[in-house]
Every structure is written in structure tokens, then in C-alpha cells.
Design a protein around this ligand. Structure first.
Ligand SMILES: O=C(O)CCC(=O)c1ccccc1C(=O)O
Ligand SMILES: [Mg+2]
Length: 375
């Protein structure tokens, strides 16, 4: 049996964030994204979302490079020969180096379509078992510490299971001290998005006294060696985000001792299949994982929820409620968080309906690609 795919539509969307999100590398206000829709001969649609940003701050990929890769290379590869299972795609896409977010967007659409064709929820197809997942929230750098404390207060009251604070040189030890004083028992972590070097080891050691769950990606986005050195100097576990782009990166990081926790982002590692392989490796090695976020719209959020149902996603992720980001998300129902939990939907595929009216409202332009072999 091959998976029928008649055509693929790429849409370029603009969505305004409710409030600006600031990291050590820049501020996000408008989110541009690519939605991928893969449609079969019965008119069933599978959905994927590219998580690349407008500018190459987090990684080298951008919305425009993703569009280029999808249009010129990945969609033609998808259509180049029959496909029996979405897990065959990583090998097919291996002809293209890197460009993981572009690959993941298309792979995600095919996974959703395939699950719908089988009539099963995507999370089950991936081997997930959890019926509800625990979530935390990632809080951007704020104008003042007082603002930050107020924002944290709000999310703690909403029941989020852990608070992640963005840090950078000049917004770190003193800020975390104040947060800890105000919230002595809150599960707390810090994400530096590569803002430090080994020369800052003393500064980062000063964070040890605050009982953080972890420090995420303090050093360079492509580094494993310096992180291993730093981990040896710290009591607080390090968690890698940017530095782990593949199963092999994860394997090397664990062998070197570069971290004790891994943040898995489907886009960063090139798709659900690679995400699952990293999850399985970490499970085998006794290393906990959690699902990171890329300020996704509803489709990306739904994929994050599905992967988080796998058993070794034991730490709360960054997949907060739709309403944390958007006035109106592109799925129905929207992702809701109650008491820090998201109930995993049981409908086939990603389990949420894409709201075509909203998608149209946000779409700037779109392009349709027919599969020549089924036309
Ligand atoms: O709420 C989210 O989607 C996660 C927010 C977040 O931390 C983030 C947002 C943009 C770029 C990188 C990161 C990150 O996890 O490093
Ligand atoms: Mg991060």
C-alpha cells in the first residue's frame, strides 16, 4: 500500500503575537510561518508547519529558505516515487543537507495525512501513551524585574508546571535571585540561547545556588565540547537545544557529557521520526527529555502535543495554550491548558481541525504543487 498524495499546498502566513517575545538574540512580534497541506485522492488533508523564523537568529533557516527548499527540492522528492510510510522520508530527504525545519514541515503533513488515512490519532501512531501532558511556559526577557515577577505570578496562578526564564549577560544572576526569592518553590529553569562562552563559567556557577531544574543552551549553538567542560563545573543539569540537530548529535552529547537533559524540537531535528529516535536513545540512557517550542501556531502545537505523549517526555514542555500567543489560533478547538495540563485529543491525525477561515485571514500567498505521477 502506498500513501496517496495528489497535491501539496504551501501557504505563507503572517500572525501577530499578543505580546513581543524577547530572547538573548532578538525580539519577535510578527510570526511568519509556512503551512504545508498534503491532500490525498479522497480530499483528506494532512497538515505540517514550518517553525523557521523570519530572520536566521535561532538557526540559519528562515521562512524564505524553507519555502525555497520545499518548492525546489523537498516537494519534488516527495513526489519522485511512491511512499509506503512517513518514516521513509528522512532517508529520501537525506539527499538534501540540513534544512531540518523545511523537512520537518513536509514530513509532519505526511504523518498527519497517513494517520487520518488509517483513522488513528497521530500520537498513537508514534507510540505515545499519555492521555494528558504537563506543560510549562517560556517567558521572554522583560523591561524590568518587576514586570517579570508579575508575568510569572500570572502563569503560576494559571497552573503552569514550570517556569522558564530567558537569560543573557546582564539579565541573569540578579534576576534569577529575585525570582527565587519571590517564588521559592516554583520549578524554575533558565534558557540562554547561546549567549555565553566558557569564560563566563563563574557567572553560570553562581546560578547553582538557586536550585534550577536546568540551564538550557548557555554556550554556542553548534558546540558540544565546551558544554561538556561547563557541565563538569556545574551542579545544575545542562539541557541542550540548538546544539542537537540529529540523533548523532544527541548520541555524541551524551557520550561527551555535554548535558543531562535534551530539549527536543521536531523542526530543529528534521521531523517526527528523528525526534522519536532521539527520544528512544535518551530513554535507553536514562536521560529525560521535553518538547521545546518555536512560538508555533496551532498545527505545530498539535504536532508537539503528539510527540510529547511518548513516555520519556517526563519534564514539562514549552507548548503553552494557544491564547498565550494568539488572539485567534488556526485550529479548533484551540490548545487549552488546565491546571498545567493539556488533554490529548483522540481524533484521527493531529486531533485538531484546521480553521480554514482563520488560515485564509492570515495567508499572504499560496502555491499548489501537483503530483505528476498521480495526475
Ligand atoms: O513558547 C515557545 O514556543 C518557546 C519559546 C522559546 O523559548 C523560544 C522561542 C523562540 C526561539 C527559541 C526559543 C527557545 O526555546 O530557545
Ligand atoms: Mg531554547
Amino acid at each position: 500500500m502506498t500513501i496517496s498524495i495528489e497535491y501539496v499546498i504551501l501557504r505563507h502566513l503572517h500572525m501577530e503575537l499578543k505580546s513581543p517575545f524577547t530572547t538573548s538574540f532578538g525580539t519577535f512580534q510578527t510570526k511568519e510561518l509556512i503551512l504545508v497541506e498534503a491532500v490525498d485522492c479522497d480530499g483528506v488533508s494532512g497538515w505540517g508547519e514550518s517553525v523557521a523564523f523570519s530572520a536566521p537568529w535561532y538557526s540559519e533557516e528562515t521562512v524564505k529558505t524553507n519555502w525555497h527548499m520545499l518548492e525546489e527540492f523537498l516537494v519534488p522528492l516527495l513526489f519522485s516515487e511512491p511512499l509506503r510510510h512517513p518514516a521513509e522520508l528522512p532517508e529520501r530527504f537525506a539527499a538534501i543537507r540540513q534544512n531540518n525545519m523545511a523537512k520537518a514541515a513536509l514530513e509532519g503533513a505526511v504523518w498527519d495525512l497517513y494517520a487520518k488515512q488509517l483513522g488513528v490519532p497521530l500520537y498513537r501512531l508514534l507510540g505515545g501513551t499519555k492521555r494528558e501532558i504537563e506543560v510549562g511556559v517560556s517567558i521572554g526577557i522583560q523591561p524590568t524585574v518587576a514586570d517579570l515577577l508579575q508575568v510569572i505570578e500570572r502563569y503560576v496562578a494559571q497552573g503552569y508546571r514550570r517556569i522558564k526564564v530567558k537569560i543573557k549577560p546582564g539579565w541573569d544572576v540578579d534576576v534569577i535571585r529575585d525570582v527565587r526569592r519571590a517564588f521559592p518553590d516554583v520549578p524554575l529553569m533558565a534558557d540562554a540561547n547561546s549567549a555565553y562562552t566558557l569564560a563566563d563559567a563563574k557567572r553560570l556557577q553562581a546560578l547553582d545556588e538557586f536550585g534550577l531544574m536546568m540551564i538550557e543552551q548557555p554556550l554556542a549553538a553548534d558546540d558540544l565540547i565546551d558544554h561538556a567542560r561547563l557541565q563538569a563545573l556545574l551542579e545544575t543539569p545542562l539541557c541542550l537545544d540548538e546544539s542537537v540537530r540529529s540523533y548523532d548529535d544527541a548520541r555524541k552529547a551524551l557520550e561527551l557529557g555535554s548535558c543531562r537533559i535534551i530539549n527536543i524540537k521536531i523542526g530543529r531535528v528534521g521531523g517526527l521520526e528523528e525526534a522519536r529516535r532521539i527520544h528512544d536513545l535518551c530513554l535507553e540512557r536514562g536521560v529525560p527529555v521535553w518538547c521545546g517550542g518555536m512560538l508555533e501556531a496551532g498545527v505545530g502545537r498539535a504536532h508537539n502535543i503528539a510527540i510529547t505523549t511518548l513516555e520519556n517526555f517526563t519534564l514539562p514542555g514549552d507548548t503553552a495554550a494557544s491564547s498565550h500567543y494568539w488572539e485567534r489560533d488556526i485550529i479548533t478547538p484551540e490548545v487549552e491548558v488546565q491546571g498545567g495540563l493539556i488533554r490529548v485529543p483522540d481524533a484521527p491525525g493531529i486531533g485538531y481541525d484546521v480553521d480554514r477561515r482563520q488560515v485564509e485571514r492570515y495567508t499572504q500567498f499560496a502555491k499548489l504543487f501537483h503530483c505528476a505521477t498521480t495526475a
